[in-house]
Design a protein around this ligand. Structure first.
Ligand code: DC
Length: 226
């Protein structure tokens, strides 16, 4: 018997920071599904595929093999055996990831890859459709969100820290476009599952967000969490 915790929400809400901390605290495996879409987006970028052309992406996808590896502690996404590393985090790749994520054939191909990662393991998985599509029977579902201003501000600081030159206005505009694309697409839009607990962390520092999430987990899983 294994437990699954699903954390969904828009870009920049702090899902990955929260999911990683929760996983460490509980001794669960952390699965970052955004990294999988980003890796597919990077492959399309690298091969000059027009991601606004769904059939071109579908054709290219036939030559793509996706595997997840957890043998080094963290998660590695291997695209035809290659781990793209931090390159998938570049701002231009975010839009590629969001565009490929709207294509049904991409989501179909990644469905089993994600389910397999949660099978037989206690898992914290973050994404957009984990509670609604990937793990509809997850034991705990959290939908984490924050205001656009606050999410864009956090993402901008993160990018500055990594030495990526960009302005706050650019980051906010990109995020708004991605929010729109991710929440209005026909397949698996980013919306809370009916049984998800909503957590808005606009005015919460990360440690308070973790505490609030732990409360939600404790309420569902009880003694498992001290
Ligand atoms: O969480 P992230 O910013 O790394 O995700 C990158 C893109 O991938 C995001 O714009 C939406 C998409 N995505 C998705 O559609 N479904 C998921 N489960 C995870 C990410």
């Amino acid at each position: 018997m294994s437990y699954n915790i699903a954390i969904d929400g828009p870009s920049g809400a702090g899902k990955s920071v929260l999911a990683k901390k929760l996983a460490r605290k509980l001794g669960f495996k952390y699965v970052d599904t955004g990294a999988i879409y980003r890796s597919v987006g990077y492959y399309m970028y690298e091969h000059g595929i027009d991601v606004s052309d769904a059939s071109a992406v579908e054709d290219a996808l036939e030559n793509v093999d996706i595997r997840l590896d957890y043998s080094c502690g963290g998660q590695q996404v291997l695209v035809n055996g290659v781990d793209y590393g931090d390159k998938i985090r570049l701002p231009e790749i975010s839009m590629y990831a969001s565009a490929v994520a709207a294509i049904p054939a991409v989501r179909k191909k990644l469905l089993d890859v994600q389910r397999e990662a949660a099978k037989n393991h206690d898992t914290v998985m973050d994404g957009r459709d984990i509670g609604t599509v990937i793990l509809p029977d997850a034991d705990v579902k959290i939908f984490l969100s924050a205001s656009l201003e606050s999410r864009a501000h956090r993402r901008w600081l993160e990018l500055l820290e990594k030495g990526v030159e960009t302005t706050f206005e650019e980051v906010r505009a990109d995020m708004q476009r991605r929010d729109h694309q991710d929440s209005t697409r026909a397949q698996a839009p980013c919306v809370p599952a009916a049984d998800a607990v909503l957590l808005d962390n606009t005015n919460m520092p990360p440690d308070e967000t973790l505490e609030a999430a732990l409360e939600i987990v404790r309420a569902k899983l009880g003694e498992l969490v001290k």
